[in-house]
Design a protein around this ligand. Structure first.
Ligand code: ZN
Ligand code: ZN
Length: 85
C-alpha cells in the first residue's frame, strides 16, 4: 500500500497585492506618476511586477537581475547575458 503524499504548496508566492505602481513603477528609476506620489514600489512596500524600459536599456532584463543589482550586483548585457563591467 502506498502512502498518499500530501500535496505540498510549491513555491509560496508572495502575498503582496499589486497596484498601479507595481505594474508601472521601478524601484531604481522611480515612480511613473511622479516623485511626489506615494509609490509602493519606490517605498519598497511592494515588489514591482515588471522591469522598466530604463532597466532593460541598462541590461537589467528581468526581475532576478534587478534584485541582484539592488543587492550590489552587476547588470547583464541584454544581448548576450554576460555581466557588464
Ligand atoms: Zn509609483
Ligand atoms: Zn527601472
Amino acid at each position: 500500500m502506498k502512502k498518499a503524499t500530501k500535496p505540498r504548496k510549491s513555491k509560496a508566492l508572495p502575498t503582496f497585492e499589486t497596484d498601479v505602481h507595481t505594474e508601472h513603477c521601478c524601484v531604481r528609476h522611480g515612480c511613473a506618476y511622479g516623485q511626489d506620489f506615494n509609490c509602493s514600489v519606490v517605498n519598497k512596500e511592494k515588489p514591482q511586477s515588471y522591469i522598466c524600459e530604463s532597466c532593460a536599456r541598462e541590461g537589467i532584463i528581468n526581475l532576478d537581475i534587478l534584485k541582484e543589482v539592488q543587492n550590489g550586483g552587476k547588470p547583464h548585457c541584454p544581448h548576450c547575458g554576460h555581466i557588464l563591467p
